[in-house]
Design a protein around this ligand. Structure first.
Ligand SMILES: CC(=O)N[C@H]1[C@@H](OP(=O)(O)OP(=O)(O)OC[C@H]2O[C@@H](n3ccc(=O)[nH]c3=O)[C@H](O)[C@@H]2O)O[C@H](CO)[C@@H](O)[C@@H]1O
Ligand SMILES: C=C(OP(=O)(O)O)C(=O)O
Length: 419
């Protein structure tokens, strides 16, 4: 198993290129199932999750070619069957995203029930009731969701909870349904908008993406297009946090500043100098004091749960006390115990963490429990005195492309080792 070894205490300084967004490319790959002609997705990050979803659709018979320029080319003409198997789905819950497009276009789909994961139980009931409202017959047996429909029918769907992949799945189902679908209490995340923009380019009729009410007029077919993935706002935020936590300066290039308002506001509140251009963001923490901030996670445009752990690491070495409330996932505080192994002073009360900033952390062996927990441990390791070893970095590789190379170029002493 691979690990990251970090010698902390280096002030980071430099520019870093941001990759395409994991949470945008996954629904876009699923959307290629809707295309009757070949399709190209550009700015694809090289991530484990991308290869997993590519394997899911390839397993169905779709031709998937990845080139050396971060592009994926797909062709659904060769599709043979409609099953997303357990051994792939269990490694990545977002595989559920193939359900909506498959049942919409082919009238049947069989997707392993994703099950829970480290951060929460994460049910998919809203995906399923939404498809049922569109006329799909859903049967859950032997660990699989089997969905069938002659042709989906437009419906008014009010989602109980704001769900990102739920909104995306129902959006991809609605584009080929007969008649009008209205998705209420829809997720407003930039990745939902990116998917809608791609679907519109493919020929879909969608209004309201980016608001909580999305209206879709179904069409009978969609064509493949050439589409470039939105920059990853969470990778961006993580590298900016690396600047803040080491008292340095990092400029993230090929970024999308307008997707990060809530996060940038918190960097400013934490004492950083934040500057932006059309496609870059810089956090400068040199000669400034890092201050603890209060965070409450909520659906977009509020502060994202996927940046909560990284700000926890920042608070751990800041001046003052910061209160962090996680409202999206019931078990997304597993990094607390690991950060405490590095000397962080954190009191956990349910889904609230009270973090008292310490003058310094000290390196230690720690274990990643999930993707963003791993990012918080890397950040804490960059700030800590001495050596930190982060184990189980297969979590990191799900969502960060060559994190150690990108951080090394900013001056970090970090290396990936086997065993
Ligand atoms: C691939 C992807 O895009 N992943 C993101 C997506 O995950 P994902 O789409 O899985 O997260 P959701 O937005 O669906 O989850 C929000 C909350 O709704 C609950 N829920 C969801 C669906 C459902 O049918 N029933 C239900 O109860 C979940 O358990 C959770 O408590 O949004 C999350 C919240 O911003 C992010 O942390 C993830 O990085
Ligand atoms: C929770 C995350 O991803 P996923 O939904 O793919 O587990 C994440 O990106 O932080």
């Amino acid at each position: 198993m691979q690990k990251l070894i970090i010698e902390g205490g280096v002030t980071l300084d430099g520019d870093v290129d941001i990759s395409g967004a994991k949470n945008a490319v996954l629904p876009l790959l699923a959307a290629t199932l809707l295309a009757e002609t070949p399709m190209t997705i550009r700015n694809v990050p090289r991530l484990k999750d991308v290869s997993t979803l590519a394997a899911v659709i390839e397993g169905m018979g779709v031709t998937v070619e990845t080139d050396e320029h971060h592009n994926i080319h797909t062709n659904t003409a060769t599709i043979q069957h409609f099953v997303a198997p357990y051994d792939l789905v269990r490694t990545m819950r977002a595989s559920i995203l193939v359900l909506g497009p498959m049942v919409a276009r082919y009238g049947e789909a069989e997707v392993s029930l994703p099950g829970g994961c480290a951060i929460g139980s994460r049910p998919v009931n809203i995906h399923l009731t939404g498809l049922e409202a569109m006329g799909a017959r859903i049967v859950v047996e032997e660990g699989y969701i089997r969905a069938t429909a002659k042709r989906l029918k437009g419906a008014k769907i009010v989602m109980d909870i704001v769900t990102v992949t739920g909104t995306e799945n129902l959006l991809m189902a609605a584009v080929l349904a007969e008649g009008t679908t209205v998705l209420e209490n829809a997720a407003r995340e930039p990745e939902v908008v990116d998917l809608a923009n791609c679907l519109i380019a493919m020929g879909a009729k969608i209004k309201g993406a980016g608001t909580d009410k999305i209206t879709v007029e179904g069409v009978t077919s969609l064509q493949g297009v050439d589409y470039s993935v939105l920059p990853d706002r969470i990778e961006t935020g993580t590298f900016l946090a690396a600047a803040a936590i080491t008292g340095g300066r990092v400029r993230t290039l090929k970024a999308a500043p307008d997707t990060l308002d809530a996060v940038l506001h918190k960097f400013t509140e934490a004492g950083a100098l934040v500057t932006t251009g059309a496609d870059w963001i810089e956090v400068d923490m040199r000669d400034r004091t890092l201050k603890a901030v209060d965070i409450r996670t909520d659906p977009y445009p509020a502060f994202p749960t996927d940046m909560q752990a990284q700000f926890m690491a920042m608070n751990a070495v800041s001046r003052g006390i910061g209160v962090i409330v996680e409202t999206i996932f019931e078990n997304r505080m597993m990094h607390v115990a690991e950060l405490m192994r590095l000397g962080a002073n954190i009191r956990l009360e349910g889904n609230t963490a009270i973090v008292a900033g310490m003058p310094y952390l000290k390196g230690a062996p720690v274990m990643a429990t999930d993707l963003r927990a791993s990012a918080s441990l890397v950040l804490a390791g960059l700030a800590a005195q001495g050596k930190t070893t982060v184990d189980r970095i297969y979590h990191t590789d799900r969502g960060y492309e060559r994190i150690e190379e990108k951080l090394s170029r900013l001056g970090a002493r970090i290396q990936r080792v086997n065993g």
